[in-house]
Design a protein around this ligand. Structure first.
Ligand code: GLC
Length: 545
């Protein structure tokens, strides 16, 4: 007899960027009441949990990742009562809620930072941050958002911010900082939240000597990335999470090239899982993705943590766009305006990628709008852009607004159903024709991306082989990725030629019509056949061996 693993090991987790999901109030900005009104979409899609990017009080200098008060919902999104009602409504549909926690920094409007500014140099209030004297910035560290990491205040002191100046870094050597975050976790766990996503999880601890970043350094000795002391913080958080009757879950945003160092965050007394950015960044290439799958599974096995599979999020180029380019890998540094893109090819590959990721063992993360096959919006007028990554790069980096455009729900209407008909314009303009990719336009079309995602998540849930954690490679040559889980086999064809499918009893799902099959469409169930079916280029199929 097999018992099902804990929910988070195999969950499908849907990421909501609340500003852009649905607007009930009509102010052009998404809100929690909007999400409550659209939960049926997530039920029909078949997700297990929602991860909300920050919904807290925030001046929105970085889309909410500049938190002014963790215990208050930003008025643009609603109230604490709305959040509680949303958590309850989702739970009633069997959908759990994960919230974002940002330990590295707070907003410059946060009460602690305001108190630190008011109290002046040498005060205990400044000890919670990194304030230093000096004629020049204390270090030459580079910000993740381009530029330096220090800003000078009126009295001459400098404070550290690894991101924007509106996001002062906290001092994790200070007991108040530790205590406050554990309280914040309890605040949300007590409200029924099932887990937290830990923002920039490899960055909060700094070397207090503030040395320059050396050319090379020993593991754990970079001045601000992946320091060994971080693990004590996450062990303490795990203890908080484990103190609940239904243990809460920690998911880390850990960007590290070294998979062994990455896996240290997933030891049994630390986080439960972390985003797999190695996989997300790889190009559309059989060898590259096969290597990533293999090294991911190898790195996770010793610590017993489930892998996660991520195609995109609110920070990166949408898959339909990225996979339609000459360069299909993702890197922040390489983002530029005006890259030629074949959206048809990108969509074809994104469909195959959906079946690939949904078939792999572990948790699946799905960013809002990817189930609709939305492309990156690359022609937003410059004067509507909001992302500090764009501004701090001197306008070279297009920034992340293009994957944050409000969702289309209906074919027609002023905001394609995002907000009420008489509502204000959406906070980022939607492109013309956005309605053709709406939920309404796709839901009854068996060939749509939405139909493919719904079918895939349904089969994933129904098939015992896909529910467990077994995994076995199948060799179908250098241009294919193929693996078997129970009696289900997933094949992806990256090569230019159609690939003959091995012997099978039944095709469960295909991202494109198979060649040699009478019935086309993404969801097909076929009896045994004597003519070999072929999987076309840039397509994936699931079949029963
Ligand atoms: C994470 C978030 C990103 C944010 C940054 C700073 O990388 O995903 O959106 O800008 O942290 O908090």
């Amino acid at each position: 007899m097999t018992t099902d693993p804990p929910w988070w090991r195999t969950a499908v987790i849907y990421q909501i960027y609340p500003r852009s999901f649905a607007d009930a109030s009509g102010d052009g900005v998404g809100d929690l009441a909007g999400v409550r009104g659209r939960l049926g979409h997530l039920r029909d899609l078949g997700v297990d949990a929602i991860w909300f990017t920050p919904w807290y009080l925030s001046p929105m200098a970085d889309g909410g990742y500049d938190v002014a008060d963790y215990r208050a919902i930003d008025p643009a999104f609603g109230t604490l009562a709305d959040a509680e009602a949303l958590i309850a409504d989702a739970a009633a549909l069997g959908i759990r809620t994960i919230v974002d926690v940002v330990p590295n920094h707070v907003s410059s409007e946060h009460a602690w930072f305001q108190a630190a500014l008011a109290a002046g140099p040498g005060s205990p209030e400044r000890e919670r941050f990194w304030f230093r004297d000096g004629d020049a910035a204390p270090t030459n560290w580079r910000s993740s958002f381009a530029g330096g990491t220090w800003t000078q205040v009126a009295d001459g002191q400098w404070y550290l911010h690894l991101f924007a100046p509106e996001q002062p870094d906290l001092n994790w050597n200070h007991p108040d900082v530790r205590r406050e975050h554990e309280d914040v976790l309890r605040f949300w766990f007590d409200r029924g939240v099932a887990g937290i996503r830990v923002d920039s999880a490899s960055m909060p601890v700094k070397d207090p000597a503030l040395p320059e970043v050396p050319e090379t350094h020993a593991d754990g000795e970079h001045p601000f990335i992946d320091r060994d002391e971080l693990h004590d913080i996450y062990r303490a958080w795990r203890a908080v999470a484990d103190s609940y009757a239904e243990p809460r879950v920690l998911v880390g945003e850990v960007w590290l090239d070294d998979q062994k160092r990455f896996a240290r965050y997933l030891r049994p007394d630390e986080m439960h899982s972390a985003f797999n950015f190695d996989f997300m960044g790889r190009p559309w290439d059989a060898k590259e993705l096969r290597d990533s799958i293999a090294s991911t599974l190898d790195a996770h096995a010793p610590v017993g943590a489930p892998a996660t599979w991520v195609l995109s999020n609110h920070d990166v180029t949408r898959p339909v766009t990225r996979y339609g380019r000459a360069e299909t890998s993702f890197s922040f540094l390489a983002k530029r305006f005006g890259e030629p893109t074949d959206l048809g090819l990108g969509e074809r590959r994104a469909r195959a990628a959906a079946l690939l990721t949904a078939a792999l063992p572990g948790a699946l993360y799905l960013y809002q709008g990817d189930e609709l096959g939305l492309p990156e919006v690359e022609d937003l007028p410059l004067d509507v852009l909001q992302d500090p990554m764009h501004f701090r790069s001197g306008g070279v980096d297009p920034g992340r607004d293009g994957c944050r455009v409000p969702l289309p729900w209906t074919r027609d209407g002023r905001s394609y159903g995002f907000g009420p008909e008489d509502g204000a314009p959406t906070w980022l303009p939607q492109p013309a024709g956005w309605g053709s990719r709406s939920v309404e336009a796709q839901q009854d079309d068996p060939d749509s991306m939405l139909a493919l995602y719904r079918a895939a998540l349904g089969v994933r849930r129904a098939e015992e082989g896909l529910r467990g954690e077994s995994f076995e490679w199948v060799d179908l040559g250098p241009d294919a990725i193929a693996f078997r889980r129970g009696d289900v086999v997933c094949v992806v064809n990256f090569g230019p030629e159609p690939l003959p499918l091995p012997a099978h009893r039944e095709v469960l799902l295909a991202s494109a019509p198979l060649e040699g099959m009478a019935v086309n469409g993404p969801l097909t169930s076929t009896p045994p056949t004597s003519t070999p079916l072929h999987l076309p280029a840039d397509a994936a199929a699931w079949f029963r061996a």
